[in-house]
Design a protein around this ligand. Structure first.
Ligand code: GLA
Length: 358
């Protein structure tokens, strides 16, 4: 492992240092018109540039210029999320009769793997070229008991930039004790360019007839509710802002949209198209395909004008949105939801493809 790390570090450039002296590196990849910059801290996508219809590149992902900002105040900008994307109610669940307590960091609940989730851990990074693809292998071992989760989890994430400029993420994990896993990526998208203002005029399509309503702590109630006749209906593309101010109880709980959509296709072996986001002004278009059964659409509700991003501008509420492919929140406590349990001998696999058009 040490060797591999050293070789990889040779290819990254120094981005900064953590308080304990650990060096954080940044890798830059380019293929098919897409330019990606990735940190070994959190597997963070620090910058993602794509062209508009005139060929003008902009960074469409919110982020920071310094490692100090990421450590001090990142709301998961561009980060890998684990072991469990989104919330686990009360930070408790029972597996095969054994109760487990995981780190509570969001009111009474556990969010995105706890206070020190995968987003703030160091990853081993190794660049690769394979045919016309370029990419990075990211890996880390999450120790048995990390943030309260059972089992030593060996995690491998592959970021690939394809010849046509698609960004593909393949996740893989194995465990030596029965555990739960739900990995995702927390890019904040603004297709007009980070720091350019609100995304409320972006058009969004989500292939889901149902979503999982939540309680006031944003924990799913267990119900799969129809989107028909609600602000949550994106089966025909509409602007993000169109129904965001409707006086719907669910929007009050989350200060906007921060919910899991139940994708009509369900869990699939191959990634299938589930969402499209388009900025009508620049033409930049993001198409998301995934193997996952769920999609968290978060409308940037908690951005509050206190963070200054890579371009030197302040991020305010609604200045970006997240489309996090996932299993449903709180699945370990919801037997009716698709299972997030991983047992020794099994391999967790998940794939999400981000395709860009203009
Ligand atoms: C997820 C959660 C939100 C929020 C954001 C980051 O989308 O569901 O509640 O935590 O991440 O702030």
């Amino acid at each position: 492992m040490e060797d591999r790390r050293d070789r990889a570090a040779g290819n990254g450039t120094l981005f900064g240092k953590l308080a304990d002296g650990t060096e954080v590196h940044r890798w830059a990849l380019e293929n098919g018109g897409t330019r990606l910059k990735v940190l070994d801290y959190g597997g963070v996508v620090q910058s993602l540039e794509i062209p508009d219809r005139h060929g003008h590149h902009r960074n469409v992902s919110l982020g920071f210029d310094t490692i100090e900002d990421y450590v001090a105040s990142s709301p998961y900008f561009g980060a890998l999320i684990g072991r469990y994307g989104n919330r686990i109610g009360d930070g408790r669940f029972t597996l095969d009769g054994t109760p487990h307590r995981v780190d509570v960091n969001d009111g009474a609940n556990s969010l995105h793997g706890g206070g020190r989730g995968f987003d703030s851990r160091m990853w081993d990074v190794e660049p690769f070229t394979q045919g016309s693809d370029v990419g990075l292998y990211l890996s880390r071992t999450s120790a048995d008991g990390e943030m309260g989760y059972p089992g030593t989890l060996e995690v491998k994430v592959t970021y690939t930039l394809t010849e046509r400029g698609d960004w593909r993420i393949d996740y893989e994990a194995t465990t030596d004790r029965t555990t739960v896993v739900n990995l995702t990526s927390h890019v904040y998208w603004n297709l007009a360019g980070e720091g350019s203002g609100s995304v409320h005029d972006h058009e969004l399509w989500i292939a889901a007839s149902r979503y999982t309503p939540v309680d006031s702590g944003l924990i799913p109630t267990g119900e799969l509710a129809e989107v028909a006749g609600t602000p949550f209906d994106f089966r025909r593309a509409k602007t993000v802002g169109e129904d965001l101010r409707v006086a719907h109880e669910q929007l009050l709980y989350a200060k906007g949209m921060d919910h899991n959509w139940v994708l009509d296709k369900g869990a699939t072996a191959k990634p299938l198209p589930v969402a499209t986001l388009r900025d009508p002004v620049s033409g930049r278009t993001l198409r998301v395909s995934t193997t996952e059964p769920g999609l968290q659409f978060y409308s940037g509700n908690f951005l509050d004008g206190t963070l200054v991003g890579t371009g030197g501008n302040v991020y305010r509420q609604g200045d970006a949105l997240c489309l996090e492919t996932q299993h449903f929140p709180d699945s370990p406590n919801k037997p009716s939801f698709p299972s997030t349990v991983l047992r020794p001998g099994q391999t967790y696999r998940s794939t999400t493809v981000h395709s860009f058009d203009r």
